[in-house]
Design a protein around this ligand. Structure first.
Ligand code: OAD
Length: 251
């Protein structure tokens, strides 16, 4: 099927959809100037996650870990939603639910105006104390105190899921509850390698709940045969086309 026909098929499904699940990864924020992880110039190509994104690394050298996150926060503070984030926000309308699950630690979906956003890997803008459980929103970039300390005296950590850690319970329960409700018309999986089994699992559950599963990515991903329609391209180009009422172009 040609690209235009694939886009038209998804556009038709979206036009009638009352319930849309969206799963996003780093690729959706790439056009906002936020680096991805596993692309040619991705963060994990330059930085070893074992030095920056594990609890052991933090215990060994919290200042080194915090300097890395502080730099990411400084960059992120400049980032603004791109046409892909805005298209998802524009999909919300009376009588249609758009439920977004994001692996991203930015808040670009919220900035764009999306209302239902579940963060499964935490937030760059929250810091957490492991001793007394304090979680604070903190948007200072750069941080004035590095590493930041809690009122209890403990060094605080980024409220981000590191390798080897479990996903936070509350967001996962929200997702499972949503999936159990069923009746999902469309599941857009955007800008993620789908490296983690739970991403594939949730897309599969959405499919079992009735969804057409659509992968939006310039490349092939780990979603394989779960996908009904591949829309190849950058999210910022592809997603606005799903909202257009007539064929935008012939290719
Ligand atoms: P990856 O960096 O693994 O994958 C990014 C995906 O986005 C790739 O499939 C790219 O082809 C695609 N991509 C790049 N530019 C794009 C664009 N403009 N439009 C659409 N797609 C584009 O990022 P994730 O799959 O999100 O976890 O990685 C998942 C998790 O791994 C991250 O949340 C992070 C990382 O370790 C934590 O830090 C906890």
């Amino acid at each position: 099927m040609r690209a235009v026909a694939r886009t038209a098929r998804v556009r038709e499904r979206l036009a009638k959809a009352k319930n849309v699940m969206v799963i996003t990864g780093a690729g959706i924020s790439a056009e906002s100037g936020v680096p991805t992880f596993r692309d040619a110039r991705g963060l994990w190509k330059e930085f070893n996650p074992l030095d920056y994104a594990t609890h052991d690394a933090f215990e060994r050298d919290p200042v080194r870990v915090w300097k890395w996150y502080d730099q990411r926060r400084v960059n992120m503070a400049q980032a603004r939603p791109n046409p892909a984030h805005r298209a998802l926000a524009a999909m919300q309308r009376p009588g249609r639910r758009v439920f977004i699950v994001t692996q991203n630690v930015d808040d670009l979906h919220e900035q764009a105006g999306s209302k239902e956003v579940v963060h499964i890997h935490g937030s760059l803008w929250r810091i957490r104390c492991e001793r007394d459980g304090t979680v604070l929103e903190n948007r200072e970039a750069p941080l004035s105190e590095l590493p930041p300390t809690c009122m209890c005296g403990e060094v605080m950590r980024p409220d981000i899921v590191w390798f080897g850690e479990e996903l936070p319970r509350q967001p996962v329960e929200r997702i499972l509850h949503y999936l159990l409700e069923g009746g999902i018309d469309l599941c857009l999986v955007i800008g993620t390698e789908a490296t983690f089994g739970y991403i594939v699992q949730w897309a599969l559950q959405a499919r079992e709940a009735g969804a057409m599963v659509v992968d939006v990515n310039p490349r092939d991903t780990g979603l394989g045969s779960i996908v009904d329609v591949h829309l190849r391209g950058k999210a910022g180009d592809v997603l606005p086309k799903l909202l257009q009422e007539t064929e935008p172009e012939v290719s």
